[in-house]
Ligand binder design. Structure first.
Ligand code: DX5
Ligand code: ZN
Length: 238
């Protein structure tokens, strides 16, 4: 049993930052399920992006959930600020929190869905003792900090292993946990990623780098969704 349906989450990191509200509305109109907001602090990753104010500003432009990916260290102090700013989901890297279980509980206590993000080298064991606190596991298929990188093929076996862990968790009565992939996802590899077990796909440059003639994103979003849909497990096809 898996979380319902497939989700595509355009990553705003690849959007035109001078027109962020417009870009967010455009991908929502093109069928985006979530808006992926990459928060980078130039400490946990060698890049600096946005804070809660931008999440709050985006909240006024779209109705879909804002999926806040915290690439920050420490994590906890930012959780209430992003929750108050309208985040629907907050994910973080377990290595960046002294107490990942407490941080997951903090996210949920603030009314947001909670998840862990695994860098390519981060072992899956970090999720072993907190499965009951996870709404999503997000696997990085690039090293975090930048958009436009090449998908790391070595992520696919890890993705299959993660799908196994989630399925056995559910088989033992646990709640379905969404499984996302983030980094280098595009129309050429999304089918393989779906076949390997993902049901949520973050895509930045593959979306914002390929606008339709009218400047919208319906074309690229439907191509991504169609490719993922074709390859996904039957129970996800809705
Ligand atoms: C990288 C970010 C990703 C990135 C994805 O650290 O977490 O969300 O923006 O961008 P693309 O799809 O261009 O790799
Ligand atoms: Zn991200």
């Amino acid at each position: 049993m898996r979380a319902a349906g497939l989700q595509i989450a355009p990553s705003l990191l690849a959007a035109d930052f001078a027109r962020l509200g417009e870009e967010a509305r455009a991908v929502e109109a093109a069928g985006a399920d979530l808006l992926h907001l990459d928060v980078m602090d130039n400490h946990y990753v060698p890049n600096l992006t946005v804070g809660p104010m931008v999440c709050e500003a985006l909240r006024r432009h779209v109705r879909i959930p804002i999926d806040v990916h915290l690439m920050v260290e420490p994590v906890d102090a930012l959780v209430p600020l992003f929750a108050k700013a309208g985040a629907g989901m907050i994910t973080f890297h377990p290595e960046a929190s002294r107490h990942a279980d407490r941080t997951l509980a903090l996210i949920r206590d603030h009314g947001c869905q909670a998840g862990l993000v695994f860098n390519p080298a981060t072992p899956l064991d970090w999720m072993a003792h907190v499965m009951d606190k996870l709404d999503i596991v997000l696997l990085m298929s690039v090293n975090p900090g930048f958009g436009g990188q090449r998908f790391i093929e070595g992520t696919l076996p890890k993705l299959r292993a993660t799908r196994q862990r989630i399925e056995s968790h559910v088989a033992q009565g646990g709640k379905a946990v969404r499984l996302g992939v983030d980094g280098g996802v595009n129309a050429d590899n999304i089918a393989r990623i779906a076949r390997a077990g993902a049901d949520m796909f973050v895509a930045g440059s593959a979306v914002f780098g390929q606008p339709d003639a009218d400047g919208g994103y319906r074309g690229v979003m439907s191509r991504l969704r169609a490719q993922a849909f074709e390859a996904a497990a039957p129970e996800l096809r809705h």
